[in-house]
Design a protein around this ligand. Structure first.
Ligand SMILES: [Zn+2]
Length: 632
């Protein structure tokens, strides 16, 4: 920017409030216990006594595409790494969200045609002992989408137990909550297998019933999954494909293996292959293996195209991620998604956050919705290129939150969503220059901030109204991060973020671990910031130019904070239409309930206009952000 002479500058602050109460983020009883037991530290690091439980899942599932029924059997080896003896195991049956009478608060309405009697459990064994599943059973209890299994013998610390479950359920045909029927022979399958709930050092058993709103909170576990499908059906799934050579026609398999080491885009399944029905073999059971991942999902179809490429994600080792897109010939814009995905993974690995993409595979399945699972996403086609870029890069970026860093989306959905909106913003703009997600979120936040139903950002996600969930978890959460970046400066902000990832990768951080890490690494007391952005109920962003006086070449502007948010101040000076310079003040200058600050600026240019703020600094009432200097 061409500036004339910007002589800095005095800063005067007027304190209208004399007493500012010391305020700190609330430490819940449960978190206090974690600090006491040394599983977490006050500086935001995992404690010396940190532990987490995990499972080994061995699942065989059969997909009846015609009748839309999933039937499976699974063996789970559950490791209790906690210091506690467990007398109960809590199992999640996500698909009970479609059960008659279950409490739902879904982000999309449930079509009554999909309501059923719940997941059918044909048999359950614990350590080879049959469990009574009758209505009068004293051994199990189903409540919401959970099944409690009361053990006859407690599961001791540092020991394992084995569960075997046979189950089936009617797959939703008319409702898409993250998973569902895409067309008559394409299904995206997520949140589908009986899964052990998280038992952690903060809350013990996570007994929040899945109601269709918040996404998930899962242990890091290992999966070996066999998926049986009808003739001619392809499967794309989380994990290493173990038997592709047996499943694919040689020509298709050869194209795939070539793509796995190539930077080029390979059309592994093209339209003529679908017409010729020369894709799969007579084997129908697809085998996948994934280690240390928080979930397993898959998609099936008998008429999807498949593009594959690969990207070097770690230049030091040459490690590649194999990237594929599976889509319908009618999925508008999806032929571009392979390039979008490639570039997104490259930029995530090299630029922001600049950590090699944590998985060896990614498949983007053209479904309906926008949902992330480890190594596979379900994204609906969009007629707009910009939205295609936004939606796909967003779901891909979730690889870092909550999949590398295992945040709890049922409690702090704002953490993974806010970060996942924020992290790929530059990359999205580079791929689709018309996209300015930062400005979009600023505008959304400015518009909605302070509406009547707005609760604090820290409110547990599961407790949110579906109407406010998106505004809070995405727009406001992104704003809070970007304003924090402006406060700390990009480099320090990034150092804090990278430290948080390093400390908590493959672990379960809380909101306090996030706040404490940023305060610890920045060596700044940021409690004022957390209180304003995360703990305050509502809070309107509204700065105004109250007054400007001129003395010689010196302009003195009084800025008023008419709202309740500590915002950075940016004043830009114009001589006619020429930008002659700007002056800024950090949001921290508003600390202590200050409502006014004075900034001065010197220039020899004849200033005609002074503008407060920018398209990425929120302001609910922008009318008072411009000051016209009277020319004498
Ligand atoms: Zn998301």
């Amino acid at each position: 920017m061409k500036t004339v002479s910007v002589f800095c500058i005095t800063l005067l602050l007027t304190t209208l409030s004399f007493v500012a109460l010391a305020q700190h983020p609330t430490v819940s009883k449960n978190e206090a216990r974690a600090y006491e037991k040394g599983t977490r530290n006050f500086n935001g690091t995992p404690g010396a006594n940190y532990w987490q439980n995990s499972s080994d899942y061995f699942i065989q599932v059969s997909v009846d595409v015609k009748n839309k029924i999933l039937s499976g059997r699974e063996r789970i080896v559950y490791s209790n790494n906690s210091p506690d003896s467990l007398k109960t195991i809590v199992i999640r049956l996500y698909q009970d969200v479609f059960k008659k009478g279950v409490n739902r608060n879904s982000i999309v309405p449930v079509n009554p045609a999909d309501i059923h009697d719940g997941v059918r459990i044909a048999s359950l064994k614990v350590n080879n002992e049959d469990i009574d599943l009758s209505k009068s059973s004293q051994q199990v209890m189903r409540d919401g989408t959970l099944m409690y299994v009361f053990l006859s013998k407690k599961l001791a610390p540092k020991s394992t137990t084995e569960l075997q479950i046979e189950w089936s359920f009617d797959f939703p045909q008319h409702t898409l909550i993250r998973m569902g029927t895409i067309d008559s022979t394409s299904m995206f399958v997520g949140q589908w297998y009986p899964q052990i709930a998280v038992y952690d050092d903060v809350n013990r058993w996570d007994t929040r019933s899945y109601n269709g709103l918040a996404e998930f909170y899962n242990d890091f576990s290992n999966f070996e999954v066999e998926i049986s499908v009808p003739d001619q059906f392809m499967v794309w799934a989380t994990g290493d494909p173990l038997n592709l050579k047996d499943m694919l026609q040689p020509q298709i398999y050869s194209r795939y293996t070539n793509a796995c080491t190539s930077d080029e885009i390979h059309h592994v399944i093209a339209e003529e292959d679908i017409l010729n029905k020369k894709i799969t073999t007579q084997n129908h059971t697809w085998k996948y293996k994934a280690t240390n991942v928080s979930d397993f999902a898959f998609g099936v179809s008998d008429h999807y195209l498949w593009d594959v490429t690969s990207v070097i994600v770690d230049k030091s080792s040459g490690r590649r991620t194999v990237v594929g897109t599976a889509y319908n010939t009618t999925s508008v814009n999806f032929e571009k998604v392979i390039s979008i995905s490639r570039e997104t993974i490259r930029s995530l690995s090299e630029e922001m956050p600049g950590i090699p993409y944590p998985f060896p595979y990614l498949t983007v399945y053209a479904g309906d919705f926008g949902m992330e699972y480890p190594m596979i996403t379900n994204v609906g086609p969009d007629a707009e290129f910009g939205m295609t870029v936004y939606a796909n890069s967003h779901e891909i970026a979730h690889a870092y939150f909550p999949f590398l860093v295992g945040t709890n989306e049922t409690v702090v959905g704002w953490m993974d969503e806010g970060l996942t909106v924020y992290i790929p913003e530059n990359s999205q703009h580079n791929i689709a220059p018309e996209l300015n997600i930062g400005a979009y979120n600023t505008s959304a936040f400015s518009q909605y901030a302070g509406i009547q139903d707005e609760v604090a950002l820290i409110t547990p996600t599961q407790c949110l109204d579906a109407k406010i969930y998106f505004y809070l978890s995405y727009a406001k959460a992104e704003q809070a991060l970007r304003m924090l970046e402006m406060e700390l400066g990009h480099d320090l902000f990034k150092t804090c973020l990278l430290t948080f990832i390093e400390r908590w990768k493959y672990k379960h951080p809380t909101a306090l671990d996030f706040f404490h890490t940023f305060s610890d690494v920045s060596k700044r007391d940021l409690d004022w910031y957390w209180m304003a952005w995360y703990y305050q109920v509502g809070g309107i962003p509204d700065l105004a130019i109250k007054n400007v006086t001129k003395s010689g070449n010196k302009y003195t502007a009084v800025i008023e904070n008419k709202g309740q948010m500590p915002l950075p101040v940016l004043l830009t000076f114009y001589a006619n239409d020429k930008n002659t310079g700007n002056i800024t003040s950090a949001a921290s200058q508003w600390q202590g309930n200050k409502t006014e600050m004075t900034l001065t600026f010197e220039t020899t240019d004849a200033v005609t206009k002074i503008v407060l703020g920018s398209e990425t600094i929120p302001d609910t009432q922008p009318d008072d952000n411009e000051y016209l200097v009277k020319q004498k």
